[in-house]
Design a protein around this ligand. Sequence first.
Ligand code: SF4
Ligand code: SF4
Length: 255
Amino acid sequence: MQLSILLLYILARHTDLDILKGDLTFSELLGVIPFADPYAVLQIIATGSIPGKSLIIGGLIILLFYALIGGRVFCSWVCPMNIVTDSASALRRKLKIDQDDKPTRISRKIRYWALGLSLILSLIFGLAAFESISPVSILHRGIIYGFGYGWLVVLAIFLIDLFVLKNGFCGNLCPLGAFYAFISKFSVVRIKHIKEKCNLCMDCRVICPEPHVLPMIGKHDALVLSGECNNCGRCIEVCKDDSMMFSLRTKSVNK
Ligand code: SF4
Ligand code: SF4
């Protein structure tokens, strides 16, 4: 999915096919519907500036879509960094780095502190703090418009995820992911676990980038209600017993 969305941006940049034009901070669908990163809009507001009408409408469209419907799917379907961190994750499994006796762990709450800090710094320095250094924006703009030294930032994240911390950037550090996790608590699309079908292999927890959202595996039927689940569907893919599936919040099975 990330590649298809990226392709639309690249086509708009290099051809006359203007389906999705701009970048992840602000873009326009068919030159009419604005899309904006609501976290970037929030940082702009924190600087004391008033964002333009298109930025506000675009930010609201994206915010409402993720908050009410899709959940944190930005991280699994849209963000190009996911391609980098998934590659590091796959290589990490291949090199069996995860079998280390004492894997490095740091708090997943750091990303929320980074989120708060970015807004405070935006307020103090009068510039959108995370947006100015965001590896996500650096990578996305780099792919569309060409890289400067920004690829070094992307390489650093790849190496951290590969050698230092499993899913380190997305799972522990990224304030943009934290923002989407924060607003996704009440979205409708959810993962569902059915206990009767589960053989306790725990493959879902091994593949899940946020395994702490799956405490119910093998214990009881439940919807995954944490906003930190990014609806990537990897747990569904690896489950051979159809114990995991997409569902809707309206069909609650939590016990
Ligand atoms: S956590 Fe951040 S870098 Fe990772 S996929 Fe989400 S927005 Fe992108
Ligand atoms: S619970 Fe499933 S859908 Fe949610 S993050 Fe984990 S693997 Fe992805």
